[in-house]
Design a protein around this ligand. Structure first.
Ligand SMILES: [Zn+2]
Ligand SMILES: [Zn+2]
Length: 612
């Protein structure tokens, strides 16, 4: 009997082993390329920036929530539920407007923020809501369906430019920007292993963009063994040491909560509105007393920061190390935040080690490149916005890993001497031609490229940045900033994506359908545009001029409508709003009316008293 049992057990074990081996083989990694890791192209993995991954809202059954047109609803940066927001805000807004008193408007504003952004609130362990799913791409770009190509290349348009890098060697690691940072780091580690298996290559190239650098920094610190998996790292405007926007917001230094700034300059300097519209909105703010406006804004900001942002370790990984200790003390001291704080403390250490970890990569033969943009003031949301050079979203100290900069609009002093903190070659000149940057003080002076006047959020429209990134991805010819005269250390901003698309469109026109003069002009305009696009050293204004010429041809050929001449000008408000501010401070119209009615009444009373 015992023997039979033993035999039975042995048989079961045997079957189990066969089953597991079979299952393992069945799930063995699918290969999408037949190079077997032998080709000269290392697989490239883009680690995108803030909001560059699609995250969708699902119901409790895991089904996508759709909008009226049947499109999936995004959770980034918020799940906008307009009907609910209007339902919550309309009555208090009308009541407050009529009575000029705060009839529940402040609470309603905070609720509206929670309604929309609350989807990104994480739990006490910093885990994201199960109602958010991230769209993932566990295969190379060659396998994308149309909608996936649209999503990925919509964020990073590598498809617009010629490259030798085969698309079966191009990957996009998607993650939730509000997600659990440690989970995201582990996912990136696993993704790298998956790419190695799928391609047969033993190393990959990482391209961390902006926030993606915080994930990469953590990866290097938490899993140092990963450096054996890395051939090259191409940091593009990386948040190596966070962004002062987050540092300011987490430390309660928010510029527009100061009403003197809110009513006089904030919106105009924001960089998102034209000056006329900004001034008009400033005037519209006066429809309510300033106390109500600031109370509403304060409640909205508090709800966003305290109920959403500080629960997200992904957001914490964007807090500069210099701002972290006070911000953590402020928001993460209570026992219910202990688990979140343990995770953010861990990242703080990674942040403090970031330069050492990157240097360690270099010392071990990994090529590390960096792209920095400068001379655009930081967005003016945090109070420290104008204290150092920036690219609108990240301060240059973070992106350049410590290079020395004059502030925006200034230059280094005449007697400034190159610091050579990290460059030991005395023949190198690392001072930018505009005398704003001393690249020698940055960690990687010989492999960091600088783009003057380039705005962070418009990086993907700069074809030179994309072409240089592709050049570094596809081969190892470019070793440093001196390798290729087409890509010097210091270059300028340009936004040429539109021109590239216009040329594509222009080439679809059949010249035989045009008059000989128009056909000649079309050919000349295309030739000029291609020359502009091919020239990787930007000249200010040339892209715009070429765009206008190609556009004129397209309009004449009837394939495009003439661009509309600017509509109604709101410029007049740029005069009226400051006048109001100077004359009446931040008072709302009703307060002004009361003041003037009181003054008038006083005059009448005085007059009557005198007469009596
Ligand atoms: Zn290969
Ligand atoms: Zn050097």
């Amino acid at each position: 009997m015992k023997k039979t049992l033993k035999k039975l057990i042995a048989l079961c074990l045997c079957l189990a082993m066969i089953a597991s081996v079979t299952l393992f083989n069945a799930s063995a990694t699918k290969k999408y390329t037949d190079c077997n890791g032998e080709c000269e192209h290392y697989p490239a993995i883009i680690v995108p920036g803030l909001g560059q991954s699609n995250t969708w809202v699902v119901d409790d059954n895991g089904d996508y929530i759709l909008d009226d047109e049947g499109n999936k609803m995004t959770s980034f940066p918020a799940y906008i539920q307009l009907d609910k927001v209007i339902g919550r805000i309309l009555a208090p807004a009308l009541l407050s407007l009529v009575t000029q008193k705060d009839i529940g408007l402040t609470e309603a504003a905070a609720d509206a923020i929670r309604l929309c952004f609350g989807i990104n609130t994480c739990d006490e362990n910093a885990k994201t809501s199960p109602n958010v799913v991230t769209e993932r791409y566990p295969y190379p770009a060659s396998e994308y369906q149309d909608f996936e190509a649209e999503e990925v290349f919509g964020h990073v348009p590598f498809n617009l430019y010629e490259t030798e890098q085969p698309f079966d060697h191009m990957y996009y690691f998607a993650y939730n920007s509000f997600g659990n940072h440690i989970d995201v780091v582990n996912e990136l580690y696993d993704y790298i292993q998956m790419v190695k298996e799928q391609t047969g290559h033993d190393k990959v190239t990482l391209i961390p963009l902006s926030q993606g650098a915080s994930v990469t920094s953590a990866l290097l610190d938490y899993k140092p063994e990963v450096q054996d998996d890395i051939h090259k790292v191409i940091f593009v405007v990386p948040a190596i040491d966070g962004s002062t926007i987050i540092g300011d917001v987490f430390n309660g230094r928010i510029s527009f909560l100061n009403k003197e700034y809110l009513y006089n300059g904030f919106l105009g300097e924001l960089g998102l509105l034209d000056k006329g519209t900004a001034a008009l909105i400033e005037m519209l703010l006066r429809i309510l007393p300033d106390e109500i406006i600031t109370s509403v804004l304060e409640a909205a900001v508090t709800a966003l920061v305290e109920d959403v942002m500080v629960t997200s370790t992904g957001m914490w990984a964007l807090c500069p190390s210099g701002d972290y200790p006070t911000a953590a003390e402020k928001h993460l001291s209570s026992p219910d935040k202990a688990s979140i704080k343990a995770q953010t403390d861990k990242y703080y250490q990674a942040q403090l080690h970031a330069h050492d970890n990157i240097q360690n990569l270099v010392d071990n033969g990994v090529q590390v490149f960096c792209f920095v943009e400068y001379n655009i003031p930081m967005i003016n949301v945090g109070e420290t916005w104008n204290s150092q050079n920036a690219d609108y979203i990240i301060q240059t100290d973070s992106t350049s890993m410590g290079a020395h900069f004059a502030n925006v609009g200034e230059t280094l002093p005449d007697d400034y001497v190159q610091q050579n903190t990290h460059c030991s070659d005395p023949t190198h000149n690392h001072i930018s031609p505009d005398r704003v940057v001393d690249a020698s003080a940055g960690l990687l002076p010989d492999t960091t490229f600088y783009f003057e006047g380039q705005r962070h959020d418009l990086t993907a429209r700069n074809d030179v940045i994309l072409k240089l990134a592709l050049n570094l991805i596809e081969c190892d010819d470019t070793k440093d900033v001196y390798s290729d005269p087409r890509f010097p250390q210091f270059n300028t901003a340009r936004s040429s994506e539109k021109l590239v698309l216009l040329v594509k469109e222009a080439k679809t026109i059949d010249p035989s359908t045009l008059s000989p003069e128009d056909a000649a002009e079309l050919a000349a305009a295309i030739a000029e545009a291609e020359k502009v696009i091919d020239n990787t050293i930007g000249i200010k204004g040339e892209v715009e001029a070429s765009e206008a010429r190609v556009t004129a041809c397209l309009v004449k050929a009837g394939v495009m409508e003439a661009p509309e001449e600017g509509g109604v000008s709101l410029d007049i408000f740029t005069k009226i709003s400051p006048w109001f501010y100077e004359k009446f401070g931040t008072d709302g119209y009703s307060e002004l009316a009361v003041i003037y009615s009181m003054k008038a009444l006083q005059t009448v009373v005085d007059l009557v008293l005198k007469l009596v």
